[in-house]
Unconditional design. Structure first.
Length: 558
C-alpha cells in the first residue's frame, strides 16, 4: 500500500460522522418477493456555516491522477451552463381550462386504452354476477368521471375514507358523488381497471416486470416531456409511493415516512416543481429489451436525457454523485452540483481531515472543469460539495457571519425539488388503500399529472390558484359529461334527479302552456272526462285547474 492510499484510509477512519457513508457502494437492488432494503442516506446536512474560507494548493490523491486540484481559480473556463443554455422555460401548448391542461398528460388515447382493457376484464368477470347490469361495460365518459371523483375526494383529504361513508346521503357524505356514479359502481371500476390486456400478461411478464402498466406509464412520461420546457435548474432524486401489498420490487426505505413502497426516480424543475421525467424501479429485469442497469449513474443518464446538450444544471445528493458522471454530463453540456461521499477515491486526503482545522472553515479545490469544497460544519463533521457549474471561491454574503460558500447555498436552494413535489402531491393525494401495485403506480401518475397540469394552467392564464381550488375545479370538469348523461336517464330515482339539478343546468325546450285542443286531464277519473287546455311544463301531461299546484320559483328549486 503506497503512502497516498494509507493517508486516505486514515482520514476516513478519523472522521466520526457517518452520515455521508450510509448505504452500500452499489445501487443494484435485489428482486425478491420480500422487500428490498434501501439504505439511501439523504441526510446530507449542508445547512452549515463558515467563518473563514481557505484553499490548499497543488494537491492530488494520486501522483498521476487526472483529478488534481489547484489553489488558484484564475484562468479557469467560464461556467459551461451560461454559455450553452438553450430554450425558454414554459408550456408548449396554449391550453387554458383546467381539464384541457390535464388532458395534455392524460390524452384521449390513454383513456381509450384504459376503457378497452377494462372492458376486456369486465367481460371475463361478468359470469360471476347474477345481474348483467352489475358488470356492464364502461366508457371514456365514465372513466373521466371516476378520475374526477378521485381528484375530488383527494382535494378534501378523504381518500382513505370508506366508500360507504363517502356516498352517505346525509351526514358525512359528499353529495355530488352519488349524482355521478353509484356507490357499488365506484369500487367495481377500481377493481376492474387492469391497464393492460390480461389475456397475454403471462407471456409479457417473462421479459418485463412492470408490463401491467408499462404502456400507460410510457405514454404519461412522453406527455410530460413534450408539454413543458423546464427552467435551467433541475433536481434528480427518488420518491417512495406507499404500498404494502405483494410486489416483487417493493422496497424498504427506513428514512422515508412510508417505509415500504414502490420507488421512483424523478427529474423535477427546481423552481416550480414540474416533473419532466420519471422512472419506476422494477428490480432486476429479465433478459430482454427492458433490462437496464440500476446503478446510480445510469439512472441519472436516463433521466437527464431530455435536457442534455441544453446547458442546464442538475442537483442531486451523494447517492448519485460521482466524478465520472460529472465528466459525462459536462461532455453533454450539462452541469451538476452535488454532495460527495467521503469514500470517493478522487477526493484528496487533505479534504477529509477535521483535526487541526478551524470550525466553519472551507478548503476549495479546482481542476480544469470541476470544483470541490470541503467544509467543516461541526467539530467532527466534514461536508463535501462537487460542482461543474462553479469555478471560484465565492462566499454568500447574505448568510451574515456564517459566510457560507455559494456552492453550498446553491445546493441547499435546489436540492429539494423532488421532495417538494412529493410533498405537494401527497398533500392532496388520490391514492386509496389497495393490494394492486399497478393501481398504486397509476395513483402516483394522477398526483403528478394534477400538479403538472396546474403549472401549465398558471403559465397559460397567469391566474394564481391554490392547489385545492384547482383540483376541485378539475374534478368537477371531469365529472361534467357524466352528470349531464345521468340527467337523461328516465329511470333515475326522483330524489337523485332533484339533487342532480343542483349541479347541472339542463336546457329544456320551450313548450306552450296551453294545448291547441282540449284533452282529458291525466289525473281526473275517466268517468268525469274533464277536458283542459293546460299542460305540465315538465312532463307535458294535460292537467286541469283542480290538480294545478301553485308554487313560487324559490320553493320549486327545492
Amino acid at each position: 500500500m503506497d503512502e497516498i492510499e494509507r493517508r486516505r484510509i486514515e482520514c476516513l477512519l478519523e472522521s466520526t460522522e457517518e452520515d455521508d457513508l450510509l448505504g452500500g457502494f452499489s445501487s443494484d437492488d435485489n428482486d425478491n418477493n420480500t422487500p428490498t432494503y434501501e439504505p439511501h442516506d439523504q441526510n446530507t446536512d449542508t445547512e452549515q456555516s463558515i467563518s473563514s474560507a481557505s484553499s490548499i494548493g497543488n494537491i492530488s490523491n494520486e501522483s498521476d491522477s487526472e483529478y488534481s486540484y489547484h489553489e488558484s481559480d484564475d484562468d479557469l473556463p467560464i461556467s459551461m451552463r451560461r454559455k450553452f443554455f438553450i430554450g425558454k422555460d414554459g408550456t408548449k401548448w396554449n391550453r387554458k381550462p383546467n381539464v384541457r391542461c390535464w388532458m395534455l398528460f392524460f390524452s384521449n388515447d390513454m383513456l381509450e386504452h384504459i376503457v378497452k382493457m377494462t372492458n376486456i376484464y369486465i367481460e371475463k368477470v361478468r359470469p360471476n354476477y347474477n345481474r348483467e347490469r352489475d358488470a356492464s361495460e364502461t366508457c371514456v365518459r365514465e372513466i373521466k368521471a371516476l378520475l374526477g371523483i378521485l381528484y375530488t375526494i383527494g382535494a378534501i383529504k378523504c381518500n382513505h375514507r370508506s366508500t360507504e361513508d363517502l356516498w352517505k346521503i346525509y351526514g358525512c357524505g359528499v353529495d355530488i358523488l352519488a349524482c355521478v356514479i353509484s356507490e357499488h359502481r365506484f369500487p367495481f371500476l377500481l377493481r376492474c381497471i387492469p391497464f393492460d390486456d390480461i389475456r397475454g400478461r403471462d407471456i409479457r411478464k417473462k421479459i418485463d416486470n412492470m408490463t401491467h402498466i408499462r404502456h400507460i406509464f410510457d405514454l404519461f412520461v412522453n406527455n410530460c416531456k413534450n408539454t413543458y420546457t423546464v427552467s435551467e435548474y433541475c433536481t434528480i432524486d427518488e420518491k417512495l409511493q406507499s404500498f404494502r401489498g405483494h410486489c416483487s420490487f417493493r422496497v424498504y426505505m427506513p428514512n422515508k415516512p412510508a417505509k415500504y413502497g414502490l420507488k421512483m426516480f424523478a427529474l423535477v424543475d427546481s423552481i416550480n416543481y414540474y416533473t419532466l421525467n420519471i422512472e419506476l424501479y422494477a428490480g432486476k429485469q429479465p433478459d430482454g429489451p427492458f433490462l437496464v442497469d440500476n446503478a446510480a449513474s445510469c439512472v441519472v443518464k436516463r433521466l437527464a436525457n431530455p435536457i442534455l446538450n441544453t446547458g442546464r444544471n442538475i442537483t442531486f445528493d451523494n447517492w448519485f454523485t460521482s466524478f465520472p458522471l460529472a465528466d459525462y454530463l459536462l461532455q453533454n453540456k450539462t452541469t451538476m452540483v452535488g454532495t460527495v461521499r467521503k469514500n470517493k477515491r478522487e477526493i484528496p486526503p487533505e479534504f477529509l481531515i477535521s483535526k487541526g482545522r478551524d470550525l466553519y472553515s472551507s478548503y476549495f479545490g479546482f481542476s480544469k472543469n470541476k470544483s470541490i469544497v470541503s467544509y467543516k460544519a461541526k467539530s467532527n463533521k466534514i461536508v463535501l460539495i462537487a460542482s461543474t457549474m462553479h469555478n471560484d471561491k465565492a462566499i454568500d454574503m447574505n448568510t451574515g457571519e456564517k459566510l457560507k460558500p455559494e456552492m453550498i447555498t446553491f445546493y441547499n436552494s435546489t436540492k429539494s425539488g423532488v421532495d417538494t413535489m412529493d410533498w405537494m402531491t401527497e398533500n392532496y393525494s388520490v391514492a386509496r388503500h389497495g393490494a394492486r401495485w399497478p393501481l398504486t403506480v397509476f395513483y402516483s401518475l394522477l398526483n403528478i399529472g394534477g400538479l403538472n397540469s396546474m403549472i401549465v394552467y398558471q403559465e397559460n392564464t397567469q391566474v394564481k390558484k391554490t392547489r385545492l381550488e384547482f383540483l376541485k375545479s378539475l374534478g368537477r370538469q371531469l365529472m361534467e359529461d357524466q352528470l349531464k348523461y345521468r340527467m337523461t336517464i328516465s329511470s333515475l330515482p326522483r330524489p337523485l334527479k332533484t339533487r342532480l339539478q343542483n349541479y347541472v343546468t339542463v336546457e329544456r325546450e320551450v313548450l306552450p302552456q296551453k294545448l291547441r285542443s282540449s284533452n282529458r286531464c291525466a289525473f281526473c277519473e275517466r268517468a268525469k272526462d274533464k277536458k283542459t287546455t293546460k299542460v305540465c311544463t315538465n312532463c307535458i301531461k294535460p292537467i286541469c285547474r283542480d290538480h294545478l299546484i301553485e308554487i313560487c320559483p324559490d320553493c320549486f328549486t327545492l
